[in-house]
Design a protein around this ligand. Structure first.
Ligand SMILES: Cc1cc2nc3c(=O)[nH]c(=O)nc-3n(C[C@H](O)[C@H](O)[C@H](O)COP(=O)(O)O)c2cc1C
Length: 344
């Protein structure tokens, strides 16, 4: 357990921000099954919010069940970042996090994300401006530096702490690496020496053993987990249980995986139709359009719920052609649910 300002994070497990993945439906499912201590929204463009993009504003919609929650924002202009942070606070964020880890060109070429690792003065101005703009705790997620020649994180951490941040997360890779190679957890250990606020380690955690090892070897206060949780909230549950010293619950049955995938689809459709429940969505004008959009947005994620089970390849192809909830249900219910999954 650790605290981000007044916010208690228990267990010390954080669901990572992931673009087009950590939507409200995915976060709710993770929260119900794994109970991580803190969840993050995907990153939200401050510039898009500034220009009134409704689609971007919707990414800030939160549900009381998922608290505590951090809304992550990115941008290059201190004033515009401050304005977006205030909106995030109004939307109910418990924490506002600043992204300084995104390495993709569309983000970095605007001077945002990991590009800020190369410009400590601008990065500090942004943090200072955001901290002054809101009452909720402000945190930052960084990579180690732009490339191997510059381990920028310790110096940035000192400056950000002086501005008043309440937590720092390190994805233990350099921006230039993208997702190549292994995360170098020793960078987390080295950063620990420069950081007095809670430090969260991130990169390549897949199991409870990995999470415990990262904490033991680096001295970080908590761990952040991303890719392994995509369509697999049970992997996150195992890590959560491991961190709490609890016995690890068995892998889900096929039935559970199918029902969770269907729940994900229903929540996504409700979200797209801008109503609270799937049942309500059935009465919305133009539902076929919302439904198609929601179902198509899950094409990458739904097949992953059934990864590895016999016949998954064929179902994956079917899921790819789905345009409605009924299509998904038909594809999922064609799976032999009596198959037994070994308990690991
Ligand atoms: C699909 C995807 C989208 C991501 N989007 C974001 C993002 O919006 N903000 C961010 O700070 N990191 C983002 N990341 C990075 C993750 O938060 C995390 O740092 C990275 O995946 C390493 O953790 P892992 O090894 O547990 O996946 C993204 C990663 C993935 C795979």
């Amino acid at each position: 357990m650790f605290h981000v300002g007044p916010i208690k994070v228990d267990p010390p497990l954080v669901l990572a921000p992931m673009e087009d993945v950590t939507s409200l439906p995915m976060r709710l499912i993770c929260k119900r099954i794994a109970q991580p201590g803190l969840v993050f929204t995907e990153f939200v463009s401050a510039m898009a919010i500034h220009h009134g993009a409704m689609k971007t504003l919707k990414k800030m919609k939160i549900h009381p069940e998922e608290r505590p929650l951090a809304i992550q924002i990115f941008g290059a202009e201190p004033e515009i970042m401050a304005e977006t942070a205030r909106i995030a606070e109004e939307m109910g964020a418990d924490i506002v996090d600043i992204n300084m880890g995104c390495w993709v060109p569309k983000v970095c070429k605007t001077g945002s994300g990991a590009a800020l690792l190369k410009d400590p003065d601008q990065a500090t101005k942004i943090v200072d401006s955001v901290v002054k703009a809101v009452k909720v705790p402000v945190t930052v997620k960084v990579r180690a530096g732009w490339d191997y020649s510059s381990f920028a994180a310790p110096e940035l951490a000192r400056r950000f702490q002086d501005c008043g941040i309440k937590m720092l997360t390190l994805h233990a890779r350099f921006a230039k690496q993208g997702f190549e190679g292994e995360a170098d957890w020793d960078l987390i250990r080295r950063l620990r020496e420069s950081v007095s606020v809670p430090l969260i380690g991130n990169g390549d955690i897949k199991t409870p053993e990995d999470a415990l090892k990262m904490i033991r070897e680096t001295g970080c206060d908590g761990v952040m987990v991303g890719r392994v949780a995509i369509s697999n909230p049970w992997a996150l549950r195992a890590i959560s249980e491991g961190l709490q010293g609890k016995p690890i619950t068995c892998d889900p049955t096929i039935e559970e995986r199918i029902e969770t995938a269907l729940l994900h689809a229903r929540l996504q459709i409700a979200q797209e139709a801008e109503v609270e429940t799937f049942e309500e969505s059935r009465t919305v004008h133009n539902i076929a359009l919302h439904e198609q959009r929601a179902v198509r947005s899950l094409r990458g994620q739904l097949p992953m719920y059934i990864k590895g089970i016999p016949g998954a390849a064929q179902i994956r192809a079917e899921l790819y052609r789905c345009d409605s909830y009924e299509d998904i249900e038909r594809a999922m219910y064609s799976i032999d649910r009596t198959l037994v999954v070994a308990c690991s």
